[in-house]
Design a protein around this ligand. Structure first.
Ligand code: DX5
Ligand code: ZN
Length: 216
């Protein structure tokens, strides 16, 4: 089972983004996680189109777009044109989430659903046959550096079980620590969004951290 390590770029050091991406590329990360917020769906803003274009120009690795915005369907093409390979949206932000998945596929991109802390498994279950990626939020969406919301663990178990039936890549996003990666990769989670808990603002290099995680 794959171990996908995806740095959450809103946590990066933007005083030297070029060097940050070079270091992350060299450290062997698998994909870049790009948080997008509109100040309405969540009370915060994160990465913008210029950040996206800059990082896109610095790496050939896949990039996602984690849309924590209202009316995400209206912006699917915008992020596809910016170079997103995977586009996550929050199903509860859409009246017809199944159509949003179709729109993402029509652009030749991978469709992801981001399941917020307050969204149940049954609410999104019917989307699973067409979703390529599922991201179970382990913090309330909108900010880095928040505490892990352990109450979502039974729901995560439901997605781990559902993975047996459908072919989606299962990830978690929020307060992902090295211990959590170790524990949950064994249980069946594939993709780990690395933010301030596991990767950034540490005295250890990205190279060292990624190597340690892959060794464990
Ligand atoms: C929060 C974002 C996460 C966050 C992860 O809404 O979706 O990607 O930046 O950062 P940590 O790991 O610090 O929670
Ligand atoms: Zn995110």
């Amino acid at each position: 089972m794959s171990l996908i390590l995806s740095p959450s770029m809103m946590c990066a050091d933007f005083s030297n983004l070029k060097l940050e991406v070079e270091k992350l590329n060299n450290a062997g990360v698998d994909m870049y996680h790009m948080d997008v917020m509109d100040g309405r769906y969540v009370p915060n803003f994160a990465l913008g189109p210029e950040d996206y274009q800059t990082i896109r120009s610095l790496t050939k690795k896949p990039m996602d777009a984690h849309l924590m915005i209202e009316n995400p369907r209206a912006y699917i093409k915008f992020f596809s044109d910016l170079g997103a390979d995977i586009i996550y949206f929050c199903p509860d932000a859409e009246k017809q989430p199944a159509r949003t998945i179709d729109d993402i596929h029509a652009l030749g991109k991978k469709a992801g659903i981001a399941v917020n802390t307050g969204t149940s498994f049954t609410t999104v279950q019917e989307l699973l046959p067409n979703a390529d990626y599922v991201l179970v939020m382990t913090v309330h969406p909108g900010f880095a550096g928040q505490p892990f919301q352990a109450f979502v663990m039974p729901k995560l178990d439901q997605f781990i079980a559902a993975k047996e039936k459908y072919e989606f890549v299962l990830g978690i996003d929020g307060a992902v620590s090295r211990e959590k990666i170790n524990q949950l990769h064994r249980k069946g989670v594939d993709n780990f969004i690395l933010g301030t808990s596991a990767l950034f603002n540490k005295s250890v290099s990205y190279q060292e951290t990624i190597a340690q995680i892959r060794k464990e």
